[in-house]
Design a protein. Structure first.
Length: 128
């Protein structure tokens, strides 16, 4: 399987699914933090990934990539950095929104714990 096909099947398709699924909640303001995250990801990942390929820790078969390289990395690797960050960021954003928008769960007292009785309202509370 080529790197491009891998990206299409396992990264781009899930991103498209999430974009369709959560289209009502996606706003430029809500997506802005992902842009900053991508800058951090590219700045942190590109140098060590280039060094790892240069030093022979891993490599890319020429017949499985497009052949366009930036430094020692094929362009597909750079696409992977950004697309994977977007995929995980969209998923995390959706989960976080679900948690923040859900009503607080009601807590039941532990088994055998004394249940506090509601105190009767006194006359001052009722009058106010």
């Amino acid at each position: 399987m080529t790197y491009a096909r891998f990206l299409g099947l396992f990264v781009v398709l899930p991103i498209l699914f999430q974009l369709v699924r959560y289209r009502r909640t996606l706003t430029p303001r809500g997506l802005a933090p992902m842009g900053l995250l991508m800058v951090v990801v590219y700045a942190a990942t590109s140098p060590w990934d280039n060094l790892a390929v240069k030093w022979g820790l891993w490599g890319f078969k020429p017949e499985l990539i497009w052949g366009i390289k930036l430094g020692y990395l094929p362009v597909e690797e750079y696409l992977f950095f950004g697309l994977q960050t977007l995929l995980v960021g969209l998923w995390a954003r959706a989960r976080l929104l679900r948690v923040l928008e859900s009503p607080e769960p009601q807590r039941r007292p532990a088994e055998g714990a004394a249940v506090p009785k509601p105190r009767p309202a006194d006359a001052k509370e009722v009058a106010s």
